[in-house]
Structures are given as C-alpha cells and as structure tokens.
Design a protein around this ligand. Structure first.
Ligand SMILES: *[C@@H]1O[C@H](CO)[C@@H](O)[C@H](O)[C@H]1NC(C)=O
Length: 247
C-alpha cells in the first residue's frame, strides 16, 4: 500500500456494503458522457450494470457483487456527474468486469466492492469518484483469479483530490494485463509512474515506483512514506476526467 503526499491511504485499503442484482447490457450507453440521458429518474442502484452471467462469474470466483450506486455515495458511483471521474475503456479484445473498491476493500471475497460492472469488448463505462475517495479498480479478464481474496491482475490505484494521485500497480501480479491511465497532466501505465516488485511476480513490500521522478512529466511525484516509495500521477486539480484503458 502506498501513501500520497497528504498521507491518504491508497489502493489496498477500503469499504463495503449491500447487494446489487443483474440483467442486461441495455443501459451501458447511459454511462457514456456523450450519450447520457436525463429523461428518467436514476435508481439508487444501477441494477443493469452487471450481466447475470458476470454476476455468476464473480460468485464462482469467490468475489462479492458490488454496490453499483447510480448516484453520489461518497465513494464511487455509476454516473458522470462527480468531481472526479474516469472513462474505463475496454480495448482488451474480450468482455471484462470492472471491479472498484474503497479503503481496505481490496479483499473482494470479504468486502463488498463499490462497483462491479460489465464492459463488453470495445465498450466503455464512466465511473464518478468523490473528492477524497481512495481505493483501486481492476478488471476481471477470462483468466483472472482471486488470490488470497484479491483480484490477481494489474490495478489502478487512486486517491482523488487536489493533492491526490493515481497510479498503476503491478504489485499483485507483475504478469497482469496492460493498463494505462491518462490524467489531465500525467500518464501512468505499465512502464511509467507504476508500482513494480523489485523481484518476483507479487509483493507487498520490496516494491518501487518506476519512472515517476518529480519533473519527469508534469504532475509526476515521487516521495517516500514510512521508508517506502510513494506518489504517482498528481496534478488533478479540483476536478478531473481520466481515461483508463484495459488492453
Ligand atoms: C518530489 O516533490 C514532492 C512535493 O514537492 C516532495 O515532497 C518530494 O520530496 C519530492 N521528491 C524528491 C525525491 O525530491
């Protein structure tokens, strides 16, 4: 786990809640910023975000199904109206399940994720995040497994806020799928502003923040917290739209 400059906890810590059901891909376009509709009242939960087959898949992996709030909940919700948001693009060539969690929520076997949403191949989905929201997102591919209750893939870690950062973390699985996050000032991907294990394919200590020195790109920051590297892509300002691409 990493810490930002203002010591908010990143990624591996988070929260959890209720249960959301399933069915159909029909409303995906409602999340696209260019296609958002205001002609109906948004339900408290977005029951259509996760297909029933993806719900079953999560269950068989041992993961919980997410809250999938359709409106601001102080964490992450399925809309484009938040101060911070990311469009998650599926360029992976296969259907994915986006999974996001909050503080101390990476153990998705035990803690309900904030978001579990189906993103068909070639589609995208926008998730809003509250100011101060901290956690991570990953994607379940056809080969993704849970290891010790965590999704064994590449993670996008975030703490949103004026002094927040996002980063790509490969600590859980150095062989995970490719991920890039483009922010207003700074890009983090598999090589840049990325947490990598110093050795081995998984690590909880003995990691480094690679190619993210101050000044290496606008918004990049590299510091230490409690003797370990911390930082990532900052420069988000009081609101930001990110583009996160799975490939
Ligand atoms: C990078 O900049 C931050 C913010 O000014 C500072 O806290 C940190 O110590 C700097 N890192 C290095 C390695 O100088």
């Amino acid at each position: 786990m990493h810490f930002t400059m203002n010591t908010l906890v990143l990624a591996t810590l988070a929260i959890g809640q209720t249960y959301a059901a399933t069915v159909g891909h029909a409303h995906h376009s409602a999340f696209h910023s260019h296609a958002r509709k205001h002609d109906h009242i948004q339900p408290l939960k977005r029951s259509t975000a996760l297909t029933s087959s993806d719900s079953s898949k999560l269950t068989s992996l041992g993961a919980q199904v997410g809250v999938n709030s359709a409106s601001s909940n102080g964490n992450a919700w399925l809309s484009d109206d938040g101060p911070y948001k990311s469009n998650f693009i599926n360029d992976a060539g296969e259907d994915l399940i986006l999974v996001c969690w909050g503080v101390a929520g990476s153990w998705i076997n035990a803690v309900q994720p904030t978001i579990t949403a189906s993103i068909a191949s070639g589609e995208s989905l926008t998730v809003s995040f509250a100011d101060g929201a901290s956690g991570a997102c990953t994607a379940v591919y056809s080969d993704t497994e849970l290891v010790n209750g965590q999704a064994s893939n590449t993670w996008m870690e975030f703490t949103f806020g004026e002094y927040g950062v996002v980063d790509v973390s490969r600590e859980v699985n150095m062989d995970g799928h490719s991920l890039s996050v483009v922010g207003p000032q700074c890009t983090t991907n598999m090589d840049t502003c990325v947490f990598v294990c110093s050795s081995g394919t998984t690590c909880t200590t003995g990691y480094d923040l690679q190619n993210c020195a101050n000044g290496s790109q606008s918004g990049a920051n590299y510091g230490t917290y409690d003797g370990s590297p911390s930082g990532g892509c900052g420069g988000m300002g009081s609101s930001a739209s990110l583009t996160t691409t799975w490939s």
